[in-house]
Write a protein that binds this ligand. Structure first.
Ligand code: ADP
Length: 495
């Protein structure tokens, strides 16, 4: 225990005062009137909407209501989409100048900004994440991504001096449900900027903002076939990856599926980039600004209900400050408001699906069984929908499944360390290597440790901050290839 603060916050009368009736917020739900959800959508192929034989529902995970239905693409539909992309590539997209491609990308980026509220509400309804996150993070970053890569489209010769970068051709892209529009933007913007055409498959639980993006693309007058969307689940994704006329496959999702995709494209001419799972270590040193670090831990693991591949899901805290940090963290977490994702005051929304909730529950049960100690926020769960209380595991051993496997939920595993060398050893003791965080007052220490972390991304005195100009990607089983920045152009060009 470092100082008197800890003893102070432990007094139940004080916590009662802080988190009792005084902090009661009146409901402030965002209106859904801005959205127009159709009862059924089609695939978006060659600029047209095309229906399919089989359909699946997409639901609001906070209410369990069916929002709409989408068709499931089979091999014929996928072939049609790939043919449309190939034609558009040959006839139009690869022949126009970078300046022309940039104009389309600017148009799409600006249209997302203009319709930001509609996108935000739709994303929150389909995904379950709080409106304040879709409004302030997902949608602005999606627009920024298109605008950023629009800026590169006519400057590729300067990005790679001395060579004339060429597009690859047709890209098959598969994205997950945790940042539906943002992942579509991460995939589409660099591919289009470099002159490739695309067949993109959104995740089966979150297709709605992709459908709205197709509308935006139509309104931007993008030539038919440059962007095609096919809907469906894993079977559709696997069939897309197998299609022989793709030049490139880009995937973001679980490591298990990434490995299957890698096997499927092995021995073919297709290029592959994989952005997979993670078990990020957020490391707090005793010389860190503790209060800021506590907020950074919250941002690291409870942002987007922990459905973040680069989440700081392992808290590595120096033993001398562990008790203080955990106490302060519990108080901070107890103040998070869980509930209706459309409410502007909500901090923690719904888990995206019932299977994901079951996966979180299973891993948490394994943590308890293996001997870790679970603490959950003292909040009430809504009677409907898929919700999970923000939770902390202490007394975690590195061998526990909750220290090794990705929970992909609002559950933090706390591990202590004594020296910087031990912190690095523990942080790197993971099959993953996507992201990490370091909190310290000393800049030199921060840079030295960042170099020793085997992760693609390292945040210093912050966590989960994204920028289109900054490359993002993994080491080890977190995948390969980079998205964002100049590096994000490379997977889509031949030089
Ligand atoms: P998560 O576990 O986060 O849902 P997945 O890796 O299962 O992640 O899903 C990410 C994306 O990959 C989704 O669009 C999903 O439909 C797709 N997908 C699932 N299985 C396969 C597969 N075998 N081949 C290609 N895509 C797949």
């Amino acid at each position: 225990m470092k100082n008197g603060n800890v003893a102070l916050v432990e007094k139940s009368a004080i916590t009662e005062l802080l988190f009792g009736d005084l902090w009661h917020y009146a409901p402030a739900p965002e209106s859904t009137a801005v959205t127009k959800i159709k009862p059924q959508y089609g695939h978006f192929i060659n600029g047209n909407w095309e229906d399919g034989a089989e359909h699946f529902p997409t639901i609001n995970p906070a209410t369990e209501e069916i929002l709409s239905h989408f068709p499931e693409a089979d091999e014929n539909t996928i072939s049609k989409a790939v043919d449309a992309a190939r034609n558009a590539y040959k006839r139009y997209w690869k022949t126009i100048s970078g300046i022309e491609r940039a104009k389309y990308l600017y148009k799409i980026g600006r249209a997302i900004q203009e319709r930001a509220r509609e996108f935000a509400v739709l994303e929150t309804m389909d995904n379950g994440k709080p409106i304040k996150e879709t409004r302030d993070v997902d949608i602005p970053l999606s627009a920024a991504h298109f605008l950023y890569y629009a800026g590169w489209a006519d400057k590729l010769d300067y990005a790679f001096p001395g060579v004339k970068p060429q597009p690859l051709g047709v890209a098959g892209q598969i994205i997950p449900w945790n940042f539906p529009l943002l992942m579509a933007a991460w995939k589409l913007a660099p591919a289009l900027a470099t002159g490739n055409t695309v067949v993109l498959k959104p995740a089966e639980t979150t297709p709605l903002t992709a459908a709205l993006l197709a509308e935006v693309i139509q309104e931007a007058d993008l030539p038919p076939g440059v962007v095609n969307l096919v809907f469906g689940a894993g079977k559709t994704g696997a069939a897309l990856v197998r299609h022989p006329d793709l030049d490139k496959v880009a995937f973001t999702g679980s490591t298990d599926v990434g490995k299957r995709i890698q096997k499927s494209v092995a021995g073919t001419h297709k290029r592959l980039t994989l952005e997979l799972g993670g078990k990020g270590a957020n490391m707090i040193f005793e010389d860190a600004p503790i209060d800021q670090a506590v907020d950074g831990i919250v941002q690291g693991i409870y942002f987007n209900q922990g459905h973040v591949c680069c989440a700081g899901s392992r808290l590595l805290v120096q033993e001398s400050i562990a008790e203080e940090v955990i106490q302060k963290l519990k108080i901070r977490i107890a103040s998070l408001r869980l509930g209706n994702p459309l409410d502007k005051n909500t901090d923690v929304g719904a888990i995206n699906s019932q299977p994901q909730l079951a996966k979180i529950q299973e891993l948490v049960a394994s943590g308890i069984e293996e001997g870790a100690h679970l603490w959950a926020a003292p909040c009430e769960l809504p009677s409907k929908g898929f919700f999970y209380k923000p939770s902390i595991f202490t007394e975690v051993a590195q061998s526990h499944r909750i220290a090794q496997e990705e929970i992909f939920g609002p559950v933090l595993s706390v591990i202590t360390f004594r020296t910087p060398a031990e912190a690095i050893e523990k942080a790197n003791n993971s099959p993953y290597g996507l992201a990490g965080g370091i909190w310290s007052d000393k800049g030199s220490k921060l840079f030295k440790l960042a170099g020793a972390l085997r992760t693609g991304i390292v945040w210093g005195n912050t966590y989960n901050h994204f920028d289109p100009a900054s490359p993002f990607g993994g080491y080890k089983e977190s995948g390969y290839g980079r998205e964002g920045g100049l590096h994000g152009l490379l997977p889509y060009i031949r030089i």
